[in-house]
Ligand binder design. Structure first.
Ligand code: HSE
Length: 286
């Protein structure tokens, strides 16, 4: 069997709604081989059907390559579902790469991004899942474009994963359809501060950049405990806490690791939440 490993991703990174994304060190792994019919193993019942995103992506890639093929895949999942850590992008990327690997790698990187972005609708999880690191992505017409951004290696990242899901659909539906010009201009400026701060290791710039006005004020209402977790984490680390993607997970960015004491306080107050220190990682591997 061939093994495919796809990372979790944290989209938006504050002000970069539908644009910035970061690959972080939680993974889904898929062992795959060609098969007479589609067969998924080690998959929750609710996802073990033809609408499975891995399977849909496998067949989208197969159709694109004019192949009539099927897959047997064994899933080993380490990325929680509907928590804002790009589990959908990880499944989609896994399915496309499975088809690519089983057909002797016919797809270019751009074709993989295009297929994944089209299936997901926005590229900010798919791009870092495929290419790793921090990426800035846009959709121009129907074409997805991504560009890698530099990131200082000394940042500390930690994810705080609640015990409840937030559906991306719902988290997108609560956002306004349009924004005043001042909000758009302010967010654009903050995005520059965020990317420059991440590149240079400047906490002050990252803190200024973090004040997003496009999604965080609306979505934090879906994450019970957000303000309290933010206060504890930011006081302890001197860093910032953001919603990861559309939530429910939150991600902190700081120069200093979260202390053991703060972690214990969080576990006591939010016993269902998981806390993982993560690092920036490379993209999907075959
Ligand atoms: N940019 C997307 C959103 C990411 O915030 O809705 C979803 O994971």
């Amino acid at each position: 069997m061939i093994t495919i490993k796809t990372p979790a991703t944290s989209a938006n990174v504050g002000p970069g709604f539908d644009t910035l994304g970061l690959a972080v060190s939680l993974f889904n792994t898929f062992d795959v081989e060609e098969s007479k019919e589609d067969r998924l193993e080690n998959v929750e019942d609710r996802f073990n059907n033809k609408d499975n995103l891995f399977l849909k992506a496998f067949h989208a890639a197969a159709d694109y390559l004019h192949l009539d093929t099927h897959v047997h895949a064994i899933f080993h999942t380490g990325i929680p579902v509907s928590r804002g850590l790009g589990s959908s992008a990880s499944m989609i990327t896994g399915g496309i790469l499975a088809c690519n690997a089983l057909s002797n790698k016919k797809l270019t990187d751009q074709e993989i991004l295009q297929l994944a972005g089209t299936l997901e609708g926005h590229p900010d999880n798919a791009a870092p899942c495929i290419f790793g690191g921090l990426t800035a992505s846009i959709k121009e017409g129907d074409t997805f474009i991504t560009h890698p951004l530099e990131i200082d290696p000394d940042w500390k990242f930690c994810v705080y994963i609640p015990d409840f899901e937030v559906s991306t659909q719902k988290a997108r539906a609560i956002l306004p359809d349009s924004y005043p010009r001042a909000v758009a201009a302010g967010n654009g400026a903050r995005l520059l501060y965020m990317s420059e701060g991440l590149r240079t290791g400047d906490m002050k710039l990252v803190r200024l950049g973090a004040k997003d006005a496009i999604h965080e004020p609306y979505r934090k209402t879906l994450i019970t405990g957000f303000d309290e977790v933010k206060e504890i984490v930011e006081n302890d680390t001197g860093g910032i806490l953001l919603i990861s993607g559309s939530g429910s997970t939150c991600i902190s960015i700081s120069r200093k690791e979260l202390s053991k004491e703060a972690e214990e306080t969080l576990h006591a107050k939010f016993p269902g939440w998981q806390i993982h220190k993560v690092t920036v990682t490379t993209g999907a591997l075959v």
